[in-house]
Design a binder for this molecule. Sequence first.
Ligand code: F6R
Length: 366
Amino acid sequence: EKNGYDHFMLKEIFEQPKALEKTMTGRLNKEAKQVEFEELNWTHEQIKNWNKISIVACGTAYHAGLIGKHVIEELTRIPVEVEVASEFRYRNPIIDEKTLVIVVSQSGETADTLAALRQSQHLGAHVLAITNVVGSSIAREADEVILTMAGPEIAVASTKAYTTQVLSFYLLGIYLSEAKGTLNDEFKEQLVEAITAIPEKIEEILEHTKGIQWYGESIKDADSVFFLGRGADHAVSLEGSLKLKEISYIHSEAYAAGELKHGTLALIEEGTPVVALMTQEAVSEKMLGNIKEVKARGAQVLGIAVEGDMKIWDYVDETCFIPAAFSILTPLLTVIPLQLIAYYTSLALGNDVDKPRNLAKSVTVE
Ligand code: F6R
């Protein structure tokens, strides 16, 4: 069952390149360099009618939605809000026929997400589900479904479901941009090509995990770990922080790096582990400034940066380089070391990696 891996989580982390390939198949047309979704029966008129997109989900699926917001807004200029389902369903959300609601759920059975779906339909919105399970309640009740092709996910900590959800948002963003006319052909083609190359780049990361393993082990006695980033790096670091909490039971937080000065910096002391993501070109100088700020307070910094971007080198204790990619696509790469850090920390602590305490794989009661 575990295919020679010690845990399902590790197996599922290593399955990500394949899971992404499968999710692209039939949707990402490599020859025509465009995105096709046979399962979506939308007209351009219908798409143009939506003045807002609301993404609703829980936990890791919510974190995929946060990347989705960056991607869809960037590619289509349609305003996107993202909310956890347990908040959305109890607060009289502003949703109507002009809203596309996207619910994201690996299992397709999460109670709060299902309730949000029903409420959205009741309010007249059109609901698209991104889910991994055919025939699940959410898949059956949604107006449209994009099926992620991650295959069964056994470990409680979600990994390959997240990356296939994130991929679905890239594909959807490109697809919606056709109706909106927001992307020029050249950029669209480059983006399609770059997405095609992602599975190989993940393979490259997975070939060199020694440094990450060492880092994961080195933080096992920490009281608290901080994840810092800006833009999409912040969104992905929320997921890294959740993974670590979930299976290592170490307290951790992800902060938008620009927020440091507004309170968090007080928590940094000699030896505090900080994982700093610096892959967003437009804000990399700003991020470097934040790294210097925590370093000056004695933080032990692991910098995650894009290959060739050597300016981080002098200011961190350890570095993990990911293969070069468009800034918008780096979450699919940076999340890999973050998943592995959580895995190796949990392993070093002797925890039950696949079945962390207090948690269930599918949350069908609220
Ligand atoms: C974390 C994790 C959970 C789920 C959440 C939603 O690793 O797995 O946070 O993401 O319970 O579950 P689904 O996606 O099945 O709706």
